[in-house]
Design a protein around this ligand. Structure first.
Ligand SMILES: [Zn+2]
Length: 224
């Protein structure tokens, strides 16, 4: 009997030591896991931040759209974006521009929104009566936009509308019932380039009264 107890005691001690070793190993593994976990979390956050402005898999890019800054969309760092309209635009074109800012705000659920100011603004909108020939024969340039980028951000922009005739109330640069050219130029000041997609507000040559693309709204709602 004594021999059996000795054996059992030895076995019990062996089991206790083994349990202790396994226990410590579990704790160590737990520590490793938790530190690995937080590393993964940091990486995941970094990836998420990087993806915020990179829309390579967005429908906008897949369907032929571009950004002015390459594969990533540069964004404004504040909302609302202020704009002023010079008196040369007159009421008719001025109201088309205001309506364009309202459509972008409304269609993005106010993720992007604008405020009109007098004097210094994020976006300066100017108008003139000049005929400007387009780069493609038979077209004229109804407007152009020049956003300024710095440190991966959009910091200011200028928009010009050409051939604006306040007296005739006839702006030949866009759709009569929808401010498509005005939205087009404002989208340039939000970093969007042209698209090869046939029916889009961002085709290089306008026509056919396109409305603001869902592909663009999806990107804007994600970016802001
Ligand atoms: Zn354009």
């Amino acid at each position: 009997m004594k021999g059996v107890w000795k054996y059992l005691t030895f076995l019990l001690v062996f089991i206790l030591i083994l349990s202790a070793v396994l226990y410590f190993e579990t704790i160590n593994k737990g520590k490793n896991n938790s530190s690995t976990g937080s590393d993964s979390l940091v990486n995941a956050n970094q990836t998420t931040n990087a993806q915020d402005n990179s829309f390579t898999n967005s429908d906008w890019i897949k369907n032929g759209g571009t950004f002015l800054t390459g594969s990533s969309l540069f964004t404004w760092d504040h909302m609302p974006i202020s704009f002023n309209i010079t008196s040369d635009c007159g009421n008719y074109e001025g109201n088309r521009i205001r309506r364009a800012t309202n459509i972008i705000a409304n269609d993005t659920d106010y993720a992007v929104n604008f405020t009109e100011v007098n004097g210094s603004a994020d976006i300066s909108v100017m108008c003139n009566r000049n005929y400007v020939a387009g780069s493609t024969s038979g077209t004229f340039e109804s407007g152009n936009a020049l956003p300024i980028f710095a440190d991966n951000k959009i910091v200011s922009a200028v928009i010009n509308f050409n051939k604006v005739n306040e007296l005739s109330h006839n702006y030949p640069g866009g759709c009569l019932i929808y401010p498509d050219t005005e939205i087009h130029e404002l989208l340039h000041t939000l970093g969007f380039g042209h698209t090869t997609k046939a029916k889009s507000i961002m085709t290089a040559i306008g026509g056919g009264c396109p409305t603001l693309d869902k592909d663009i709204l999806d990107v804007l709602k994600q970016a802001y």
